[in-house]
Structures are given as C-alpha cells and as structure tokens.
Design a protein around this ligand. Structure first.
Ligand SMILES: Cc1cc2nc3c(=O)[nH]c(=O)nc-3n(C[C@H](O)[C@H](O)[C@H](O)COP(=O)(O)O)c2cc1C
Length: 238
C-alpha cells in the first residue's frame, strides 16, 4: 500500500480486528476528502491548539467524548502496559464538585479561572492503575492526553490539561480506589476564547491577558531550541 495521496488505498477492512474495522468504517463514512485522513490535519491541530479556560455552555455529544477517549486509548505506551484509566465526568452536580478541586492559570490567578457560565462541560480524570504498572505511567498519561486534546481541537473543543488538583478530595468525590493514581484532569468544552501565541521575548514564560481579556501565550523560538548536528549549532529560521 502506497502512502502517496493519489495512490492511497484504504485497507481491506476484512483483514482488521473488530475495533480497527469499526474505526475504519467510521472514517470511511465521515471522510470528505483524503486530506482529513493524513498528517496535515494533525500538524494543524498541533500548532493551532491552545489551552482554553473559557467554554460555551453547550454539551459535548457522548459519541464525541468517546472519540476523544478512543484516541487516548490508542496512544503510545511504555512496554504497551496501557496502565491509564479514565473517569469521564458530565453530571452537573459532579462538574461543580470537580471544578472546586482544580487550580487554574497560576500566572494570572484569579483572572484565568473560568467564571460562572464559562466553566468546562466535561472533565476526564486521567489515572494510572498501579495494578497494571507499579511505577511511573505519568508519561503514558501525557501521550494519551495529547492524543485526546488534539482530537478535541479538531472537533472545535478546547481543553485545559490540569495538574494542580486536590487529589484526595477528587478521589473521594469520584470514588476512585487507592490503587489508582490520579495524575491529571482534562477540562473540556466548546471554545469561547481565542488565545494568541507569540514569540517569547527573553526568558519570560508567563502568559498574560491584554486589556480586551485576550490570553497571550509566549513560546520559545525554534531557533532558540533547535540545534543541528551539534549542541549550540543554531538553525536559521525560514
Ligand atoms: C503537565 C501540565 C500541567 C498543567 N497544569 C495546569 C494547571 O494545573 N492549571 C492550568 O490552568 N493549566 C495547566 N496547564 C496548562 C498550561 O498552563 C499551558 O499548557 C501553557 O500555559 C501553554 O499554553 P498552551 O497550552 O496554550 O500552549 C498544564 C499543562 C501541562 C502540560
């Protein structure tokens, strides 16, 4: 099977496992063009995705949430142990309780905390089941989360990856057993803000809001972080 766009042949779905078949059939039904299936969309999502902390109060269809979780499920995993497990929270009362365990945007607190009417409409609590991996697993969570948030972006859904969590309270609220290590929470919702990415000046990593309330996110320049062949050998940006 060739990878070139004009020669692409969809795999014979009879040769695939039932899960993969389901996915391929989903894609076949939903593809408008070949472009949707290739890495170009992944790159676009990777560069355009920004952390979102203001959300429309519109529910995310369960099929879409499952699509995000499926993208997480299929992420790379060390030793293929796949120790990550997830609690999806959409219940209104629980959304409020989970919200109360989270800390938002520390550089601009409390300004970056979602206000009433702008809060996430779903959360995914990402855990490591220590019966599946006794140590580590956080890196697997990170890979799964990146899959999830890029897929979300493609669907018009914004996300905030959160590590500042009152884990003990969250464990109680969601009845998470001791053998599951709570690692991160991903807050989700359709986007109600458009942060701007900009080149970092000096070493100032702090994101900030302008007078219109727009979030600016500084990123280090490619020419400051990429070297060719030897460390220190800078690239020229094109
Ligand atoms: C491991 C990790 C932990 C994070 N924890 C929090 C958090 O606790 N609260 C929050 O508001 N944002 C959190 N973020 C989001 C970062 O603030 C955000 O990614 C960063 O400012 C860069 O913005 P960008 O995602 O738009 O590129 C976290 C991101 C990562 C990767």
């Amino acid at each position: 099977m060739s990878n070139s766009p004009d020669k692409f042949v969809f795999p014979d779905t009879n040769m695939l496992s039932s899960n993969a078949k389901m996915y391929c059939n989903f894609k076949l039904k939903n593809q408008n063009s070949f472009r949707q299936m290739v890495a170009l969309d992944v790159y676009e999502a990777a560069v355009k995705r920004r952390t979102i902390r203001k959300f429309l109060q519109k529910p995310i269809p369960i099929e879409t949430l499952m699509k995000l979780l499926n993208a997480a499920r299929l992420a790379p995993s060390a030793g293929n142990l796949q120790p990550c497990e997830y609690v999806l929270v959409t219940d209104k009362a629980l959304l409020d309780s989970v919200f109360s365990t989270l800390k938002w945007a520390r550089y601009i607190a409390p300004e970056g905390t979602p206000k009433e009417g702008e809060r996430p409409v779903a959360y995914v609590v990402v855990m490591v089941n220590t019966r599946k991996a006794r140590e580590g697993g956080e890196i697997d969570c990170a890979a799964a989360i990146e899959n999830m948030i890029l897929t979300a972006w493609e669907e018009g859904i914004g996300s905030c990856w959160i590590a500042s969590i009152d884990k003990e309270r969250l464990r109680e609220i969601l009845s998470i057993p001791d053998y599951c290590k709570i690692c991160f929470v991903v807050a989700l919702g359709y986007r109600a803000e458009e942060p701007i990415v900009e080149d970092m000046e000096g070493d100032d990593v702090k994101y900030w809001k302008d007078e219109k309330g727009v979030l600016h996110v500084p990123k280090r320049k490619l020419s400051d972080i990429v070297f060719t062949n030897r460390y220190g050998n800078k690239i020229t940006e094109h």
